[in-house]
Design a protein around this ligand. Structure first.
Ligand code: NAP
Length: 316
């Protein structure tokens, strides 16, 4: 089988191809035939050496969709069953999705009912799970209003469509006015322009989910109603520490939390796919690559002017 191995940190050229034997299932690890996986900007950071917990050589890639090839000795799964796998150390502590087959602990394999293509299925697992978890953390009720800051991120678009399916009124943002129709077509009730880290509105919302992070936290909190919850999910700007943050001015009568998708709950995965299937939820796919073009996929995912949407690699 073909694997893409990072042996040392660097540019896209460190994504090296290697022929390896297909792994053998163990007592509690199943072999998955990977049909597709998404490429994330934070995996580019990992490739560059920016994820201290990832030791090279490593096959990176934190999620995959595919079928059970060889179940573990104790697994309830059967060969050919449609599954997704994500997080739990995949592509970080052990070899991940940038290959044709992977040996994965049973504890992070989720059987899924889904009728679309493998490429479409690959756009959901971690991106939708993060959005779903963030929505739960934001504690909104049907009919309440949600602001999604960083609305054209994958997680932002997933929060928009899941939020609508849960009966919320959803406002969402972009820095680029030509992207507004994409968000309206996904069902946004309001699309707000983000100009120099200031939202071009004076409206306030019952909850805020923020993918942009540090430079906009104060502005995002200023659009949260008293008693509302602000959930920080992403840091697209790469800044991690809130400096000069005045909690008495900015957080008075409001609640703030951070959502982190590293602990996956299998019941929540099933509930989320129930919502996806019932409401035919989807977000755009920007481009599909083949595994042979993984270096190009890493260059593409970082492009500023590319069409909005997920970047997927298909093994089929
Ligand atoms: N907490 C968790 O468990 C978790 C899980 C998954 C992802 N994340 C994080 O969530 C964030 C989104 O991830 P993703 O993969 O969905 O992102 P993505 O699709 O790669 O996001 C790309 C978009 O980010 C926006 N953007 C980039 N720089 C920006 C800036 N300085 N200010 C405002 N917007 C900016 C751009 O939108 P416009 O140009 O249209 O404004 C761009 O289209 C990342 O920080 C990621 O690390 C967190």
């Amino acid at each position: 089988m073909k694997s893409v191995v990072v042996k040392q940190a660097g540019g896209p050229e460190v994504l090296e191809f290697e022929e390896r034997p297909i792994p053998t299932a163990t007592q509690n690890q199943t072999v998955i035939k990977i049909h597709a996986f998404p490429v994330h900007r934070y995996e580019v950071l990992t490739r560059e050496g920016g994820s201290p917990s990832v030791k090279f050589p490593r096959v990176i890639g934190v999620e995959a969709v595919g079928e059970v090839y060889h179940p573990s000795k104790t697994s309830q799964l059967t060969a050919g069953q449609k599954v997704i796998t994500f997080m739990g150390g995949l592509g970080r502590e052990f070899d991940g999705s940038y290959q044709e087959y992977a040996l994965v602990p049973d504890s992070i394999i989720y059987p899924i009912t889904y009728n679309g293509t493998w490429t479409e299925l690959a756009s959901y697992p971690e991106t939708f799970y993060t959005a779903f978890g963030a929505l739960k953390a934001t504690r909104l009720q049907k009919g309440q209003s949600l602001l999604v800051r960083g609305g054209t991120t994958g997680v932002g678009m997933a929060a928009l469509v899941l939020g609508k399916a849960l009966g919320l009124r959803v406002a969402t943002t972009t820095r680029q006015s030509d992207r507004e129709p994409v968000l309206s077509n996904l069902g946004a009730d309001e699309v707000i322009l983000d100009h120099n880290d200031q939202l071009q509105t004076s409206s306030k919302y019952d909850g805020v989910i923020d993918m942009v992070g540090v430079p906009v936290v104060v502005d995002s909190l200023s659009h949260l109603k008293n008693g509302g919850t602000y959930t920080l999910v992403g840091m697209v700007t790469g800044q991690w520490v809130w400096k000069d943050f005045d909690p008495f001015t900015n957080l008075s009568n409001k609640y703030a939390t951070v959502y982190d998708s590293s602990q996956v709950d299998g019941h929540m995965v099933q509930k989320m796919f129930g919502l996806i299937n019932q409401n035919h939820l989807e977000i755009p796919i920007s481009k599909v690559f083949k595994l042979n073009d993984i270096q190009e996929a890493h260059r593409y995912v970082m492009k500023k002017d590319r069409p909005v949407g997920q970047v997927i690699v298909s093994n089929d």
